[in-house]
Each structure stands twice: as structure tokens, then as C-alpha cells.
Design a protein around this ligand. Structure first.
Ligand SMILES: [Ca+2]
Ligand SMILES: [Ca+2]
Length: 626
């Protein structure tokens, strides 16, 4: 090697070193607060080469001490555990980091808390709420300037493709909060708004983009296509000013394969690694079943959802801390009111208990319901606080109640039989004995992962009204999927995109605007008005929201149940038959004997509580007793 070559090599090395200096260290969490119960914070410092040699980290800050510095397997991270005393004041912590012969100052801000949990946020979503589920990309486009973000791996915005981004965003939700409030909605759950900087991926149904939000690539960024953190904070402020709540969608099970933690893993075992690609078996029975094998349980929990969604090893303590701290951080930073947890049944069970406990310790009034897409009531109850004797006890307050969805659909779609139709609904509800509090379950007719309700009932108007009637009078936290109030149906296309069609009127150039009465046809207006009337009645009815339930076994395709709270009693009658049916009132005397009259809360018509009533075919009555 001659002198010239050595000089060039030195120049390259100097340049590399300069570049290393030039790259700013990223800290996760990005900041924290004083006065938090979670005051032992584990900082993940990300900078190229920061851990090439053993680093020293020093800090002089009153009330904050470094407990431990850990070198990762990757040369590009350091883990710094700090302890924040109750006496620590807000300010900037300047970490002096010496590594690879360089010294640098890495700032980390300790902020003052701006709101009080339970008063300003963390309001909790309960059975007194009505949740409206929005896929933000598909609801309304309030800001056309963010439809394509230069620098993102996917810059396609194409409404003609059901698997592409369509341009909907958080401002679109803000613009329509009045529409939701008028309908009686009290809480908004949006599919994840966290950054999904992913290219298109191939799935069995075809190529698909990350328009749905479940391919997270940075837990500390809100996707710019939705408007970023500023838009999200504005949404929460606007919702709170209207007395409405915001639920965030959490994904602990997996990340998008462009996530920095996967591309450059601090520790190789932060993900569930298999010798060859192994998909989950998707069967919750492998966890709670009486005779299940360890092998099936491992595949259930550690198998991947799809090849581009690396399965997180939540038993790795650094990964667990990363996720728990992000959940606390997000709640405090965005002033959230509750969480819906995606793919709950695929996550390490002890981790789920730990993250729930940490969130509820920090924010006792927060609510959490988890998506445990289960095929049976025991399978659903297993993931909640339950009354079952099982080896592992979950601490989740409630689930997204898939067995109830299936039962409500059977009640209106399936001919009445010993175990079918309304009997399936009754049988499903009878198993509420397995839940500690079934009222904390989120109940729904449809969501973004199943066909739209109006499609599942073949566009049948009568079935539509029976379904909405059940949804708004049964126990639990009712959830409407965006567009169900105007009887939206699926598009006739392949893949999930068909279930997630755009709300008409949410996008520039739409032929109709169904956010307003003049843009809806007669049937859509009738549906919207029915939802609105029943939702607003429900809102003030303690019987329907927090009351007890008494039911009478379905007879001849007619099911009668009562919701009761104090002196308020609501009688619900559903006739699923194609023919009118007659019921004798004296059968219900144990509940009705102190009442003389009943008023239909939709029509306002009155009936005397005696003799027989003729219930029209395929009809549900919601009657307030007087
Ligand atoms: Ca947009
Ligand atoms: Ca998993």
C-alpha cells in the first residue's frame, strides 16, 4: 500500500467518523415526564456505531440517576436505564456519551405533565359509550396535501385500487365530529395511526399497501399521511372539547418488516425466530384447551401472522420495556382515553398482563379491550378476567366479543331452531357466567375485518333494524363500524379492501355526500335516524347501559329480555319469524308486575302491559315501561 492509498483510506475513515458524528442519536422513548409512576425508564439510544466499543455514559441532573448501561448485540444501540426521583424537575438531561473514541452530548427532555388522568384524559370507555370504528384512510380526506409523502416507501394514493392508500386522514375525522356526535357516538376508535412506512407487500389476496395501519414501522411517530402528531393532538383536543373520547389501536404482536428494530435488531431474539417461516395456527384453543400440546401453543404464540410481519418476542425484557413504555408514553403524549389491542390472542400472555397492569397503574381510569378473535365463549372469556379454572389467568377487562357478533347475526339470519336463530343468541348470553364483567366487552355487528353488516344480511331492511336494535340494547360497549349507520355494503372486489370502502362524501369529487341528510336516500336517512334515535335514548338510559339483564327463553322465534336499573326498566322484544307472532304478557310478570304501560322508544306509541301483544314479523321493539 503506497502513501497515496493510505492517505485516501485515512480520508475515508475521517469521513466515516464525521458522518457518525453527524448522525443524531435517536432516543426511545423520545421524552418522558416528571411525576410518573413509571419512573424507572429504559432508554434505547440508536446511533450508528455508538456501541462499537464499550461506551461510558454520564449524567449530572438532580433527581435522575443512571442505573445501568447495557451494550446491545448490534453496534448501533445502547440501553441506558435511568431512575427518576419524585423530586426531579422538568428540564433537559444531557447525557455525556463516550464511545469509539468520541464524546458527544445527547439531550433527553423530562417534561411536566400537562393533564390529569381521569380528569383531562384517560376517561375510559364503558358500556355507557357508543364507539365508532374508523379506518382513517377510508373515512374522509380533510387534507389533500398529505396524500403523498415524499420519502415514504409508498407514495401511491389511488382510490380506484382497494388495496392502495385513498388519502383519508385525521383532519377528515375532525371535520366530521359533529356528524358523529349528532348520531349519539361518544367515542372514536381509529385503526392505528402510528407510522407505517412500508412498501407494498404480496398477500394471498394480492398486493397490498399499509393503508390500514397495522404495519407499524416507528412506534414514536404518527403517520404523516394522516397528518402526523399535530393532527392527532388536534383530534383529541377537539373530541375532548365535545365530550367525546379517543381509543388508540395497539399492536404488540408484530411490526412491519421495515421497522428499525427488525432491520437492525438490538438483540437477535427480540423477534420470534424459526428455522423456516412458520405461520401461527390462529387457534386460541391451543392456549386454553383442556388437552392442548406445548408445540401447538408455541406455534400459536410465536408463529408469524404473515411473512412481512415479524412476530415480536415479548419475553425479551428489552422488547417488553420498549412496548410498555410506548403504551404509557402514547397515552400521556396524546391524552388518550382507552386502548383497543390488536391480535391479542397471539401475544405472550404474561407480557399482556404486564402491559395492562402498567397502563392501569399509571392511568387507573383508562379502558382496555382486546381483540381476541375467538370462536367460542370460553375462548373469548379466557383472555379476560374470567370465572374459569385455567392454568393462566388473564387480566384484560374485556374483549371484542366475536361470539356475540356471531350470535346476533344468527338471531336475525338463521331460521329459528333448538340451537339456531334467537336460541343461539340466548345460549351465547347464558355463557356470560364465564366472564367477570361481560359489560366490558365491546360488541359489534361488523368491523374492518369482516364483511359489512348490510352485506351479511343480504341487504334486508328488516334484518338491519333488528341488528341495530340488538346492538344498542345488549350488554357491553356497542361499536358501530363507519358507514353501517347508512347501510354501506361491501364493494365487490377481492381482499380486505372491499370491507373498507370509502365513506361517500368524505372525498373530493364524490357524487354524493352522505354526511348530510340531503345526500342520503330515503332508506339511508331512515337507517341513520333510527341509529341516532336509539343511540341517544340509550345514552341517557341507565337500564340499557349499566343495567342488569333478565331474559325469557325464546319461544316460537320470539325472544324477550329486560334491562333494568333502579326504577327504570326497558323491555326488548324481537320476533325473527317471517310471520307476526303473539306473546302473552303474563309470562313476564316477575319483571313487569309494577308497571302498567309501555312506550315504544322509537315510535312513541303506547301499549297496556296486559293480555297479548301481536309482534310484527322480523321486528324488534324497544319499550320503556311506566
Ligand atoms: Ca389526505
Ligand atoms: Ca405472536
Amino acid at each position: 500500500m503506497n502513501v497515496k492509498k493510505i492517505t485516501s483510506l485515512l480520508c475515508v475513515l475521517l469521513l466515516l467518523s464525521w458522518q457518525a458524528f453527524a448522525q443524531k442519536a435517536q432516543l426511545y422513548p423520545t421524552h418522558w415526564w416528571t411525576g410518573m409512576k413509571w419512573n424507572q425508564v429504559q432508554l434505547l439510544v440508536h446511533q450508528e456505531g455508538i456501541n462499537k466499543t464499550a461506551a461510558t455514559v454520564q449524567l449530572q441532573y438532580p433527581g435522575v440517576t443512571i442505573k445501568k448501561v447495557t451494550r446491545t448485540e448490534s453496534p448501533n444501540y445502547l440501553v441506558v436505564d435511568i431512575s427518576i426521583a419524585a423530586t426531579a424537575k422538568p428540564g433537559v438531561l444531557n447525557f455525556k456519551v463516550n464511545s469509539a473514541g468520541k464524546t458527544q452530548t445527547i439531550p433527553f427532555t423530562l417534561k411536566a405533565r400537562t393533564g390529569k388522568a381521569g380528569k383531562d384524559f384517560a376517561h375510559g370507555v364503558t358500556s355507557q359509550d357508543l364507539v365508532y370504528l374508523i379506518m382513517p384512510d377510508r373515512f374522509a380526506n380533510g387534507d389533500a396535501s398529505n396524500d403523498r409523502i415524499p420519502g415514504y416507501k409508498d407514495t401511491i394514493c389511488d382510490r380506484s385500487n382497494p388495496s392502495a392508500h385513498h388519502g383519508g386522514d385525521i383532519q377528515g375525522v375532525i371535520n366530521n365530529i359533529g356528524y358523529l356526535k349528532d348520531m349519539g357516538v361518544t367515542s372514536i376508535w381509529m385503526c392505528p395511526v402510528t407510522e407505517n412506512d412500508m412498501p407494498w407487500k404480496q398477500e394471498p389476496a394480492g398486493a397490498i399497501s399499509g393503508y390500514h395501519g397495522y404495519w407499524i414501522t416507528n412506534h414514536y411517530a404518527i403517520d404523516k399521511r394522516y397528518g402526523g402528531a399535530d393532527a392527532y393532538k388536534k383530534l383529541v383536543r377537539t373530541a375532548h372539547a365535545q365530550g367525546m373520547k379517543i381509543i388508540q389501536d395497539a399492536v404488540y404482536n408484530h411490526v412491519g418488516d421495515e421497522h428499525f428494530l427488525f432491520k437492525d435488531k438490538p438483540f437477535a431474539d427480540m423477534f420470534n425466530n424459526w428455522p423456516a417461516y412458520t405461520g401461527s395456527n390462529h387457534r386460541e384453543e391451543a392456549l386454553f384447551g383442556a388437552y392442548t400440546s406445548q408445540a401447538d401453543k408455541k406455534v400459536m404464540l410465536e408463529g408469524w401472522f404473515t411473512p412481512h410481519l415479524p412476530d415480536i418476542n415479548l419475553r425479551n425484557p428489552y422488547m417488553a420495556n420498549f412496548m410498555i413504555q410506548n403504551a404509557i408514553w402514547s397515552t400521556e403524549e396524546f391524552m388518550l382515553d382507552g386502548w383497543r389491542v390488536d391480535t391479542y390472542k397471539y401475544c405472550d400472555e404474561q407480557f399482556m398482563n404486564n402491559v395492562n397492569a402498567a397502563l392501569l397503574k399509571e392511568f387507573p381510569t383508562l379502558s382496555i379491550f382486546g381483540e381476541a378473535w375467538a370462536n367460542s365463549v370460553p375462548g373469548s372469556a379466557y383472555f379476560t378476567k374470567n370465572n374459569m379454572q385455567v392454568p393462566f389467568k388473564h387480566n384484560l377487562p374485556g374483549t371484542t366479543d366475536f361470539p356475540m357478533q356471531s350470535a346476533m347475526l344468527s338471531a336475525i339470519n338463521q331460521p329459528f331452531g333448538w340451537t339456531e336463530g334467537l336460541n343461539k343468541l340466548m345460549m351465547t348470553l347464558s355463557q356470560d357466567v364465564l366472564y367477570q364483567d361481560p359489560k366490558l366487552n365491546c360488541i359489534f355487528l361488523d368491523n374492518h375485518d369482516v364483511d359489512r353488516f348490510m352485506t351479511m344480511i343480504g341487504g334486508d331492511e328488516k334484518k338491519y333494524y333488528m341488528g341495530i336494535g340488538l346492538l344498542l340494547t345488549q350488554r357491553g360497549i356497542p361499536q358501530l363500524y363507519f358507514g353501517t349507520e347508512i347501510q354501506m355494503k361491501n364493494d365487490d372486489v377481492q381482499g380486505d379492501g372491499k370491507k373498507r370502502n370509502d365513506f361517500p362524501g368524505g372525498f373530493a369529487g364524490d357524487a354524493q355526500n352522505k354526511f348530510v341528510a340531503s345526500g342520503r336516500n330515503a332508506a339511508e336517512n331512515a337507517a341513520y335516524e333510527y341509529v341516532k334515535k336509539l343511540a341517544n335514548f340509550r345514552k341517557q338510559s341507565k337500564a340499557l347501559t349499566v343495567g342488569t339483564t333478565t331474559d325469557f327463553l325464546p319461544q316460537d322465534g320470539v325472544y324477550v329480555y329486560f334491562r333494568k336499573h333502579g326504577n327504570e326498566t326497558v323491555m326488548c322484544i324481537i320476533n325473527q319469524n317471517q310471520q307476526d307472532k303473539t306473546i302473552a304478557l303474563n309470562r313476564f310478570a316477575e319483571v313487569t308486575n309494577n308497571y302498567q304501560q309501555a312506550t315504544n322508544v322509537i315510535t312513541g306509541s303506547n301499549a297496556v302491559l296486559q293480555g297479548e301483544w301481536r309482534i310484527p314479523a322480523q321486528t324488534m321493539w324497544v319499550m320503556q315501561l311506566k
